[in-house]
Write a protein that binds this ligand. Structure first.
Ligand code: TXA
Ligand code: MG
Length: 314
């Protein structure tokens, strides 16, 4: 059910959960002042309780009220990338953020999203905690329709159109005297080099790792359609069946293409990614090959990581 900005504001202020757009993906939002509503988010998504949520705010002055200390270059990062698809994990004043939102950790993740409707909403409601608005483990939602497909047509959604970026924010934390990327996202590692003076290390962890990942969400299966995805570095000449790939490439005749757009345009591929994965399910596809022949840099790193996670069978 689509709601207006005013209705969205009223629902959140009465302690209810609704979906709101951001420039990355849709979020499932609750006011930071309603721990019960935050618990509802976990229940609605089927999300493990040890996977914390991101606090979204309209301004960095609001974020300052929650944090214990600002790591070096925090101000520079905030000034350069907020509002935008960057999330920072920071040590917090624990009494100010419900424990359920931070999964009991002494840190919390923060972001100022870049979406005009949601910025207006945040100005009226104050900080909102929100994970991506999808059932846990499934592809994220990049349109109001995707949210309704997961949570039902009666679920309240503030419709902000199709998400501009299409993949989640890049998450950084301050660790061992440097900023480290703990989840790849819509901003590539290279994007931070100018501001930080170094290329941040990427430590996303997850599958098969001995150490616990810095970002709890990396432990879980994610972004996955029903269809089994088979990742291929090159496409065999005699292949048949469904193929997630790029327009403009010549594939074997027997392939049915689900296109991520041009192989020259990672932004377009990111924009299409979850819609394509969701379309496989809508069409009842059981198995799809994926053309992984793209560069190992920039936003392509994020696409590769998302597809690898989506193809996991556990
Ligand atoms: O673009 C985005 O970031 C979207 C939109 C809605 O803002 N949100 C999003 O939320 O992707 P979610 O819940 O799907 O992913 C948040 C990630 C999880 O992997 C979680 O483990 C990590 O952030 N996270 C949250 N708090 C953390 C903390 N204190 N330390 C480390 N990782 C944290
Ligand atoms: Mg998510």
């Amino acid at each position: 059910m689509r709601v207006t900005l005013e209705q969205a504001c009223d629902l959140l202020k009465s302690g209810l959960v609704i979906a709101v757009p951001t420039e990355t993906v849709y979020g499932l939002a609750a006011s930071i002042d309603f721990p019960h509503a935050i618990e509802d988010i976990f229940r609605l998504k089927g999300r493990p309780a040890d996977n914390p949520l991101i606090v979204h705010a309209a301004a960095s002055s609001e974020i300052s009220e929650y944090i214990k200390e600002k790591p070096p270059q925090y101000e520079e990062l905030a000034a350069s990338f907020w509002p935008g698809p960057m999330t920072l994990v920071l040590p917090v004043l624990e009494e100010k953020i419900p424990s359920v939102a931070r999964a009991g950790l002494s840190t919390a993740a923060f972001r100022i999203p870049f979406h005009p409707l949601t910025l207006q909403l945040l100005q009226k409601t104050g900080p909102l905690v929100m994970p991506s608005a999808n059932l846990s483990g499934k592809p994220s939602a990049t349109s109001a329709q995707h949210v309704e497909n997961d949570f039902g047509s009666g679920f309240s959604v503030l419709d902000g159109g199709s998400c501009q970026k299409g993949v989640e924010s890049t998450i950084l934390c301050w660790k061992d005297s440097e900023w480290t990327i703990i989840r790849l996202g819509a901003l590539s590692p290279e994007a931070f080099e100018g501001v930080l003076g170094y290329l941040p290390r990427v430590k996303v962890g997850g599958e098969g790792q001995k150490e616990r990942p810095l970002c709890p969400g990396q432990l879980y299966r994610h972004y996955a359609p029903q269809a089994k995805l088979i990742l291929l570095n090159s496409i065999p000449t005699a292949m048949e069946g469904v193929l997630v790939g790029f327009s403009g490439r010549s594939y074997p005749e027997g392939c049915r293409l689900y296109s991520l757009g041009s192989s020259e345009n990672p932004e377009a591929a990111a924009h299409e990614l979850y819609a394509v994965l969701r379309q496989l399910d809508a069409d009842g596809i059981q198995e799809a090959a994926v053309d992984m022949d793209f560069p190992d840099k920039g936003l392509w790193l994020t696409l590769r990581e998302r597809l690898q996670k989506a193809s996991r069978s556990d």
